[in-house]
Design a protein around this ligand. Structure first.
Ligand SMILES: NC(=O)c1ccc[n+]([C@@H]2O[C@H](COP(=O)([O-])OP(=O)(O)OC[C@H]3O[C@@H](n4cnc5c(N)ncnc54)[C@H](O)[C@@H]3O)[C@@H](O)[C@H]2O)c1
Length: 280
């Protein structure tokens, strides 16, 4: 019988690891997905480079980590720029000596159907949500290979699995899922795992400005668990995929959505159990 050799000991789940989180700040007050992942990585012993195009936002996350006695530093980078991505990866290695984890968290949305969308908005969403992952990974992967491998986490959305309210966003988040599978296939032999998280209708600083209590209730009741998720739910999924606990998990897309994408809305919400009430 296997005796669990090579399994991580239960101390800090990220002890000895160096991580980069992109978009490590939050776009509004509170805890976003990048901020939550960065705090959890540091809490479990990782040294974390907090990259954000708004340095002050990364510094807010840094303050949270310092208050808990963790190790991190802030770095200003626009991850749609190849040069910024190169400098970001160099900074992590210079400051902490290696690179094990890259959490490609940055993402934005623009509205519109294909008829309505402005060409520059389409290009912008694709650059921020997709090209940024290509550029940051381009520079991170060779550094991870120097120490025998690593883990890359790409943040998609359930919008990449189902049509959502915004065509550019859905298309870009579906591209992130395809990119994840391709990267996992290409770099698995290098010991680099590449996985994806598809967050559902969570309540975070990114969506809070567009929410009132009624809308929050509707979103909450849409999924089988009927509870509201937040960025910590996404952060804990990232922590699992970043740690060696997921050492045999590669190329997946993990929905963190209270079961929303597991159901067929018409039968589940409109008919529910009624359809089975009569003997068949
Ligand atoms: N919040 C949700 O409800 C939800 C749901 C599904 C998926 N997601 C995905 O989660 C990810 C982000 O979540 P979050 O809560 O951390 O978002 P957020 O908007 O709170 O924070 C993201 C951070 O990214 C930074 N940023 C934006 N563009 C950047 C760029 N080009 N370079 C560097 N930094 C940049 C911003 O300054 C901000 O501090 C996105 O990929 C988003 O699509 C979010």
């Amino acid at each position: 019988m296997p005796e669990g050799k090579g399994r991580p000991e239960r101390k800090g789940r990220m002890e000895g690891k160096v991580a980069i989180v992109t978009g490590a700040g939050s776009s509004g007050p509170g805890i976003g997905n990048g901020k939550a992942a960065a705090v959890l990585f540091a809490r479990e012993g990782a040294k974390v480079l907090l990259a954000d195009q708004v340095l002050a936002r990364a510094e807010e996350t840094l303050e949270l980590i310092r208050q808990e006695g963790g190790e991190a530093s802030a770095f200003e980078a626009n991850v749609t720029s190849a040069e910024d991505c190169r400098r970001m990866v160099e900074a992590a290695v210079e400051r902490y000596g290696r690179l094990d984890v890259l959490d490609n968290n940055v993402g934005i949305s623009r509205r519109g159907t294909v008829v309505e969308v402005q060409e520059e908005d389409w290009d912008f969403v694709m650059a921020v949500n997709v090209k940024s992952i290509v550029l940051s990974s381009k520079f991170a992967i060779p550094k991870m290979m120097e120490t025998g491998g690593g883990s890359i986490i790409n943040i998609s959305s359930i919008a990449g699995l189902r049509a959502h309210s915004s065509t550019p966003y859905t298309a870009s988040k579906a591209a992130v899922i395809g990119l994840t599978m391709s990267m996992a296939a290409d770099h698995g032999p290098d010991g680099i795992r590449v996985n994806c998280i598809a967050p559902g209708l969570i309540y975070s600083p990114m969506v809070a400005p567009r929410m009132d209590d009624d809308l929050r209730e509707i979103r909450k009741s849409a999924a089988p668990l009927r509870t509201e998720g937040d960025s910590w739910d996404v952060g804990y999924a990232a922590l699992y995929l970043a740690s060696d606990e997921s050492r045999w998990v590669n190329g997946i897309t993990l929905p963190v959505d209270a079961g929303l994408t597991a159901i067929s809305p018409v039968t589940y919400q409109t008919l529910g159990q009624q359809q089975f009430a009569q003997p068949i």
